[in-house]
Write a protein that binds this ligand. Sequence first.
Ligand code: DC
Length: 224
Amino acid sequence: MTDSIPVITLDGPAASGKGTIAARVADALGFYYLDSGALYRIATLNALSKGIDLDDADALTASAEKLEPVFDGDRILLEGRDVTTAIRAEEVSAATSRVAAVLGVRAALFALQKNAARLSGLVADGRDMGTVVFPDAPLKIFMTATAAVRAERRYRQLLARGAAADLAVLTVDLEERDRRDRQRAEAPLKPADDARILDTSDMGIDEVVQTVIAWWKDVGLKGL
Ligand code: DC
């Protein structure tokens, strides 16, 4: 079903700027934007708020299977509660890389991600969009930036939101999360064999957006 739907996958490590780029590209092309990380964050927040032990894979899986998040424009609702901001808290970020390593949780969220495909097109942002969820996507991108650049971006983002932030702590947390995402047995963070690598360390947002759109046109010209 998704084979005939135009899909761009955008994978990469935490704070690589994927979310901003994916949303901008989706907007420019009139595609739907799937933030798969938000689903893992919602599963984690739900588990934390219900007091589920993060080492209990069965309980985490059972609660993920029951998730029914509602995406209402820019807002995310869970059981009627607006969790848009809560899922971005640093403690949720840290716990999410543990929850995302659980096979049952990944299986439970797989269908939600597949169902996000829209006829108009999809930009799917995550860690395993090109390798596992949309392996037939005509354009797969693996977006990177050095850990120092990513920590600095996250730091500025938090300050802009008025949140407290410590650059050294953020850098250590990011590296730890990357390590967990890369080394896990299930759907580890890695480029698909046919992914194009995009190192954004020295690029501005507009330049990255234009590069992705140019690549999409290039793929289209080759016979979409
Ligand atoms: O992109 P993000 O920072 O919102 O992702 C949060 C966590 O979820 C991160 O630890 C990696 C994990 N994740 C995943 O395992 N698979 C995805 N497709 C997306 C995110």
